[in-house]
Design a protein around this ligand. Structure first.
Ligand SMILES: NC(=O)c1ccc[n+]([C@@H]2O[C@H](COP(=O)([O-])OP(=O)(O)OC[C@H]3O[C@@H](n4cnc5c(N)ncnc54)[C@H](O)[C@@H]3O)[C@@H](O)[C@H]2O)c1
Length: 504
């Protein structure tokens, strides 16, 4: 099965933000493109807007003037659906409402030929439900582009329950021929990206709700320690709090209110207050004239400890041993059977975030996970009220000596980056085990769709087989709501083959 022939006309129905972007992609790839919108005149406006964008591509030397002229000649607004009769593919990007999409496809089905491929750009509805209204649901596929479609490479190609393999393959190959990076996925809520990315937002909001840190600090830790391009608060301000919340809500509802996807009360109140993010001038942050972005909490300078004792294998934080030595601090390494930790001169311990809290131990400071401790410019620490001041000061001084800013946050289990990554890894394993997509496609989707520095499976391999499971298992003990309950898939991944024969 091959991609659509470039001479085949492609129709885009619904010519708003996404429709225009998708039409531009098909047009620049070489297809004749028809535009249709329910609002009279809007398809014509969309054609003009696409033409103007092609002009800008010519100005930037990304398109020749001749190619632009040829593309413009291939673009045609339609006044009536009947004008789409000879199209080989109809991509729908109308209002995100099931009845509207079903009615539209029923009407399209009455106009186009039997072999015309139908595609929906829905981001949260079930492709299966949309297809349920069709005479031939086998030819309907999800083609989920990301905004802005001409720039972002990822396209999720979604197979509904009734989608024919040939339709999905043709859509996949066509997206690839258009210069996109398609990933194949099943019709599950949120598809790949919008499902697996939920904890990135949810855990940041949960840390805020637990009063452990403010948005600026959480964002700085996610960026400067976690390696994420943006923090969850600034990113949702960019996306729009209403849009982000409605995706969360839809995924949660579609999974029958699975507690792992529960929306955030803090975000609900923000939306209710009308603070929708950049577009309304105020979200988690204020974007008004003269408003200043709050600074993350950063600890005052402390003296570095003279030495540290590294007990056991630091696992994902192993690089720290070399970094501490390079900073001129003496490191003594000792074998240890009971966990891994750094022991400070005052006797206090520094432990990589797991699912426990500092307050459960005598004199323990936790430090958060970093994507790469050498490159990280900030590290978060958490201590309890009972932690000896000297231990916290030595921990702060140690990371400062490595050139890191230090943010001290409240005593939350799993801290910020560690709990976020563990939950993303868990949802990724769960999604693959349930047939939503392959590991490779999940990694591609999360890197290209939401710019994660690593795909969840690659991250999981780096962290070690049982790291995410153990963290979530501990978190689940402390919050037995089910939100942190690790999936069976993650358990299998972590402990496959570890039980003795015959043991129960
Ligand atoms: N905006 C995004 O970031 C984004 C990303 C991925 C997917 N999507 C999905 O793409 C679709 C469109 O989103 P958008 O942001 O472009 O919306 P939009 O509001 O910018 O555009 C929707 C267009 O559809 C037209 N329309 C509505 N009902 C119609 C009908 N029955 N027939 C023909 N035209 C009709 C409207 O007049 C409007 O021009 C939605 O399903 C949305 O979930 C959006």
């Amino acid at each position: 099965m091959t991609a659509l022939d470039l001479s085949s006309p492609v129709a885009v129905v619904g010519t708003g933000t996404m429709g225009q972007g998708i039409a531009q992609v098909a047009l620049v790839a070489g297809h004749p493109v028809r535009l249709y919108d329910a609002v009279p005149g809007r398809a014509g406006q969309a054609a003009a807007a696409i033409g103007a964008r092609l002009d800008r591509l010519v100005e930037k030397d990304r398109l020749t003037a001749a190619d632009r002229d040829a593309a413009r000649a291939r673009l045609r607004p339609a006044d009536d659906l009947a004008e789409l009769a000879d199209c080989a593919l109809v991509v729908e990007a109308v209002l995100e409402r099931l009845d509207v999409k079903q009615d539209l496809f029923k009407a399209v089905e009455g106009v186009v030929a039997d072999d015309c491929l139908l595609a929906t750009n829905t981001s949260s509805l079930s492709v299966t439900a949309i297809g349920g209204a069709l005479r031939n649901p086998g030819r309907l596929v999800g083609l989920h582009f990301f905004n802005p479609a001409p720039l972002l490479p990822l396209v999720e190609v979604v197979s509904g329950f009734a989608t024919d393999v040939t339709s999905a393959t043709r859509a996949y190959e066509t997206a690839r021929a258009w210069g996109k990076t398609p990933v194949a996925c099943a019709d599950t809520p949120g598809f790949i990206v919008n499902r697996i990315a939920r904890p990135f937002y949810a855990e940041a909001f949960a840390v805020l709700e637990s009063q452990a840190a403010d948005p600026a600090t959480i964002d700085a830790v996610l960026r400067e320690s976690g390696g994420f391009r943006m923090g969850a608060f600034e990113l949702t301000d960019l996306i729009g709090q209403d849009v982000n919340e409605s995706v969360t809500h839809s995924v949660w509802q579609s999974f029958f209110q699975d507690v792992r996807f529960t929306p955030s009360l803090a975000q609900r109140r923000l939306v209710e207050s009308g603070r929708l993010g950049r577009k309304s001038g105020h979200g988690w942050y204020d974007y008004g004239d003269g408003a200043e972005r709050p600074e993350p909490h950063t600890a005052e300078k402390e003296r570095p400890p003279a030495y540290v004792v590294v007990e056991g294998d630091l696992g994902p934080a192993a690089e720290l041993t070399a970094l501490i030595r390079e900073a001129g601090i003496t490191v003594r390494e000792e074998e240890e059977d009971h966990g891994t930790r750094l022991v400070l001169p005052g006797g206090g311990q520094l432990v990589l975030a797991d699912g426990q809290t500092s307050g459960e131990f005598r004199d323990v400071v936790y430090f958060d996970l970093a994507l790469d401790y050498r490159r990280a410019t900030r590290v978060a620490l958490s201590a309890s009220q009972d932690t000896a001041p000297r231990t916290l000061a030595e921990a702060i001084g140690l990371f400062q000596a490595l050139g890191k800013d230090v943010s001290v946050i409240g005593d939350v289990p799993g801290m910020i980056v560690a709990r976020t990554v563990a939950r993303v890894v868990d949802l990724a394993h769960d999604a693959v085990a349930k047939g939503a997509a392959t590991e490779e496609d999940v990694d591609t989707a999360m890197r290209l769709g939401v710019n994660y520095p690593l795909g969840p499976f690659e991250w999981s391999r780096r962290l070690g087989r049982s790291w995410a499971y153990d963290l979530l298992d501990d978190l689940h003990l402390r919050d037995p709501s089910g939100r942190y309950a690790p999936s069976l898939a993650l358990y299998r991944h972590a402990y496959a083959g570890e039980k003795r024969e015959g043991a129960s």
